[in-house]
Design a protein around this ligand. Structure first.
Ligand SMILES: [Ca+2]
Length: 325
């Protein structure tokens, strides 16, 4: 569910055209052999098939470069926002909502997640399904799982989930494409999320996040519902501050302080909230200087999709644009 940047995709396509001599021959590595053993013993995978896949897996240097510098960590809000909240994405969002109005309305009715939030997620992730990633997911997860020590454990686990997902959903391990970090389909679900949260919303017996817009809409809404979306609840509110708060960090995503306590610290919102409503303070460097916001439970729920305050704000702002007509 990380962001795909088109220049990155172009880089990976070029890289894939290199001769096969760049093959890392993963099947001969001890750590990969351990992984294969685990998949055979724990899940009864065919050893020969796994060995064949890993012998052909490519180490993707472009993936390793990208994972080291995700946009959320290097961009300020004033740089980040215009990437996502812009005319083309808004116009395409209206078209998407009009075309899929009934599905979106059904998902909102069942889960409480507003249609414009669901649409904004799909818009931010993949331009409403147009850019769902061109990197071979098996290669990217193998590269990250075995050649990216800082997050090796996580990506090995995703690789395990990916192989299980492919078996359950009858999809071809070697041809599936996604983002450099292994996020797949129109909503960019990573493998563990796909297995846990995707739903068959069109009732054809399959969970298809590449081709079924119904499944995509139902799955995004279900993801938020399971993560605690509050029906009718606010996402975030602009805050006024009497002085720069001690806690002016945007690192705490989870609401941790009551609105009443924020008020005592000189942090207030124009819209009144009960004192016991929990919030987190978000500090953004916007076009016109520092902005303070109070993020509520639903703000936090959006960050469960991508653990970034900038991401959640961009989804919210785009959803507001889509809700403006
Ligand atoms: Ca389906």
């Amino acid at each position: 569910m990380k962001i795909i940047k088109s220049f990155l995709v172009v880089g990976l396509v070029l890289q894939c055209a290199l001769p096969l001599t760049v093959s890392a021959n993963y099947a001969q590595r001890d750590d990969v052999k351990d992984f294969i053993n685990k998949m055979v013993k724990k899940y009864d995978f065919d050893r020969g098939v796994l060995e064949q896949w890993f012998s052909k897996a490519k180490k993707l240097d472009g993936v390793l470069e990208s994972i080291a510098k995700p946009a959320e960590k290097t961009l300020s809000w004033k740089q980040y926002r215009p990437i996502f909240v812009k005319k083309k994405r808004i116009e395409m969002g209206f078209a998407f909502m009009e075309k899929h109005h009934e599905l979106l309305a059904r998902a909102e009715k069942e889960t409480g997640v507003p249609v414009h939030i669901i649409a904004a997620i799909i818009g931010v992730e993949t331009y409403y399904g147009r850019h769902s990633g061109r990197t071979a997911v098996f290669d990217s997860l193998t590269t990250l799982g075995f050649d990216y020590p800082p997050r090796s454990k996580f990506f090995k686990s995703e690789l395990e989930q990916f192989l299980l997902l492919a078996r359950e959903e009858h999809i071809d391990v070697t041809t599936i494409r996604g983002s450099y970090a292994g996020a797949m389909g129109m909503p960019q679900f990573i493998s563990s999320s796909y297995r846990r949260y995707a739903v068959d919303f069109d009732g054809d017996g399959k969970r298809d996040l590449w081709n079924s817009v119904a499944d995509v809409i139902g799955s995004v809404a279900n993801y938020f519902k399971v993560h605690g979306w509050q029906r009718g609840g606010d996402v975030v509110q602009r805050a006024q501050v009497s002085h720069r708060p001690k806690d002016a960090t945007r690192k705490k995503l989870k609401p941790h302080t009551s609105i009443g306590d924020f008020r005592k610290q000189g942090v207030t919102t124009k819209k009144p909230y009960a004192d016991d409503v929990m919030a987190t303070l978000i500090t953004l460097e916007g076009r016109k200087g520092t902005e303070y916001w109070l993020g509520l439970k639903n703000f936090y729920v959006i960050t469960r999709y991508n653990h970034s305050a900038l991401y959640s704000m961009a989804v919210y702002d785009l959803s507001q644009e889509l809700n403006s007509q």
